[in-house]
Design a binder for this molecule. Structure first.
Ligand code: TRP
Length: 452
């Protein structure tokens, strides 16, 4: 272990690393977005497309990020600088740190909503909605309430800060070692409850029946974008987590585990949501609406719904928290490695600055709802800039960098530093060179020019 590693910290166990990286990947994207887009895009048919996207975009870029991280033992800015000193490629690193900063500012707001709904479940505040309309109205009132939103946002950021400040092993790894298995147990309990409801089968049918007629070019784009976002790629989160890996760790199998875990959680989430929604005779609707409006109405009507509601929102809060941790860690690692800050200072200062920047996002559904630029609120802009621009551009450039600039030979050497079992090397080299950069570029262009 080098001096630098001592200061930065390392994962203590392979399992701890996999839990932490999975924690980053499993987030709000898995819990509400994935089930919904599967339901609307041909069920099982879409799942097949999604799995292909995972294989040709997600898997190769995740391995590329882990490899850059472990090779350099540095944050994204330091890592690109070390691999190609004094070239513009370091810009990928800066974009990543900026993206982490921006994403966390609004992710923390939504994380606050999830905590609020845990409390509101416990206090029986959200278990008496006759229909999703009522629940939606209640939700609209809640996110427009400045005091409540800022309070829960502060609590969520406080939790994130409290974990990250304890360091890679003592904070992040320990927290994820507990939180991720808890999430899985809660998911299984909810799945059993949902699947044993009368009428659950109809939901399963809606979710999984492969209807190829509903697949379109648009669904392929959705699947690709979702694969990329769900795996936390494109902003150096996996570079940062990879930088805390001891040299003896097997990168290729770790990549497979994290990808598998993330995909499994997303798929199983659908087995909770659709059987429950259909069994209660409701319709699945989009986005935050599904989680915060439809589900409280579902829980209201369901036997043992109160308990299910508590478990569900704790699960959602855990998913958000373990992703938020990784976002803060990217920013913190930059200030520790590049600016020589101590961890405490980096976590406290950056945590507070990000919280402050998040406040206008938090108020975007109330006080600042009418403060619009180009028709979009502050929240919309920060989300749009980071999710639609910084992440895909970052991911595409990362793939190009590893494939063509740093080179697959060098990357390959790093991957095989301590393992001689890179079974899918030929496949990886092919997709990281020819498929992944092009695929991400297409998704990006389609988002920027949606009508052409
Ligand atoms: N993967 C997270 C989710 O599914 C969201 C996310 C995207 C993310 N990029 C990230 C989280 C980078 C942490 C770091 O919700």
């Amino acid at each position: 272990m080098t001096e630098a590693n001592h200061k930065r910290g390392l994962w203590a166990t392979r399992m701890g690393f996999i839990m932490a990286a999975s924690g980053s990947a499993v987030g709000l994207g898995n819990v509400w977005k994935f089930p919904y887009i599967v339901g609307e895009n041909g069920g099982g048919a879409f799942v097949l497309v999604y799995l292909v996207c995972i294989a040709v975009v997600g898997l190769p870029i995740m391995l590329a990020e882990f490899t850059i991280g472990r090779k350099t033992s540095l944050n994204p800015v330091g890592a690109f600088h070390q691999l190609k000193p004094n070239t513009p490629w370091v810009g990928i690193g800066f974009m990543g740190v900026l993206a982490g900063f921006l994403i966390l500012s609004f992710y923390g707001v939504v994380g606050g909503w999830t905590l609020a709904y845990v409390v509101k479940s416990l206090t029986h505040t959200i278990d008496h909605f006759a229909n999703p309309g009522e629940a939606g109205k209640f939700f609209g009132g809640f996110i427009g309430n400045t005091g409540e939103v800022v309070f829960y946002h502060a609590v969520f950021m406080g939790l994130t800060i409290a974990i990250v400040i304890k360091g890679v092993h003592g904070g992040i790894e320990k927290a994820c070692d507990i939180l991720m298995p808890t999430l899985v147990v809660m998911l299984v309990i909810l799945m059993v409850r949902a699947l044993t409801l009368d009428g659950a089968m109809e939901g399963l049918r809606f979710y999984l029946y492969p209807d190829f007629s509903k697949l379109s070019g648009q669904s392929v784009l959705l699947a690709m974008g979702q694969a990329f976002f769900s795996l936390s790629l494109g902003m150096g989160a996996m570079i940062t987590y990879g930088s805390y890996l001891p040299a003896k760790e097997n990168l290729t199998s770790a990549t497979l585990y994290v990808v598998l875990f993330d995909t499994l959680i997303a798929l199983l989430m659908g087995l909770v949501i659709f059987p429950a929604v259909f069994a209660m005779g409701l319709e699945p609707t989009e986005g935050p609406g599904l989680v915060f409006s439809v589900l409280p109405a579902v829980f209201t009507g369901m036997p043992m719904g109160w308990i299910a509601s508590i478990i569900f929102f704790i699960l959602l809060a855990i998913a958000a928290l373990t992703s938020a941790i990784s976002l803060l860690e990217v920013v913190v690692a930059y200030f520790i490695d590049q600016k020589g800050w101590g961890r405490q200072k980096a976590v406290l200062v950056m945590g507070l600055v990000i919280f402050a920047l998040g406040i206008p996002s938090g108020l975007s559904f109330g006080l600042l709802a009418d403060a619009r630029l180009f028709g979009m609120t502050f929240f919309d802009h920060v989300d749009n800039i980071s999710s639609n621009y910084l992440l895909p551009i970052g991911g595409m450039l990362t793939a190009i960098f590893v494939a063509w600039v740093w080179g697959t030979r060098e990357a390959h050497r790093e991957i095989e530093r301590h393992e001689t079992t890179f079974h899918w090397a030929a496949y990886w080299e092919f997709v990281i060179r020819y498929i992944a950069p092009v695929a991400v570029a297409i998704v990006f262009l389609a988002k920027i020019f949606p009508d052409s």
